[in-house]
Design a protein around this ligand. Structure first.
Ligand code: FES
Length: 190
């Protein structure tokens, strides 16, 4: 086994991807009072950046590092730990299929095969038209209604293979019936 060392200082500009906007930096800073240190704002900062760009580019990692006054490697450590964060562009609709035990026993493997067959992509890939990205994920916290498939923020429960085509063809399949979470919206000004 051998290791390849990558010197990030020499990454071509086009591979750095877009940076985060000033508004996003300001939104991250607005979270500082809620946390004991700037470093502790790492996860909200990554969620906010991914909300803006659709993924966390290398430039976004550098920008976050600068805002949090940390080395860029500290940001990359966290990004590479969580499957939730993407380091390359995602599609408009993010499909997250539960791969944990209960859903697997209830048939998630068949759903995975149908999704991969219908979209022509595998885990952590995006369709060429940019419409869908697909990933498998650990327990989505609805085990009693497995197998579960999330489309963006909307959870689909007790999904059958026959349901997959309907869900993928439905333009509203990612729309929540309740207001979306505002967990990572900026706190209201005092
Ligand atoms: S095992 Fe699938 S939601 Fe928990």
């Amino acid at each position: 086994m051998s290791w390849n060392a990558i010197d990030r200082k020499t990454v071509p500009a086009e591979e750095m991807g877009p940076g985060i906007s000033e508004a996003t930096k300001e939104k991250i800073r607005s979270f500082f009072p809620r946390y004991p240190s700037k470093q502790a704002c790492m996860l909200p900062a990554l969620h906010i950046a991914q909300d803006e760009l659709g993924y966390v580019s290398l430039q976004a990692m550098r920008d976050i590092a600068q805002v949090l006054e940390l080395p860029p490697a500290a940001v990359m450590d966290v990004v590479s730990f969580y499957t939730h964060f993407w380091t390359h562009p995602r599609g408009e609709k993010m499909l997250m299929l539960c791969r944990s035990l209960t859903c697997e026993l209830l048939g998630s493997e068949k759903l995975r095969a149908r999704i991969e067959e219908k979209l022509g992509i595998g885990d952590h890939e995006t369709t060429p038209d940019g419409k869908f990205s697909f990933m498998t994920e650990e327990c989505l916290a609805a085990c009693d209604h497995g197998p579960c498939l999330m489309v963006n923020e909307k959870m689909h429960k007790c999904v059958s293979v026959e349901d997959v085509d309907r869900i993928l063809d439905d333009p509203a399949s990612d729309r929540l019936d309740i207001p979306r979470s505002d967990t990572y919206d900026a706190p209201p000004k005092a």
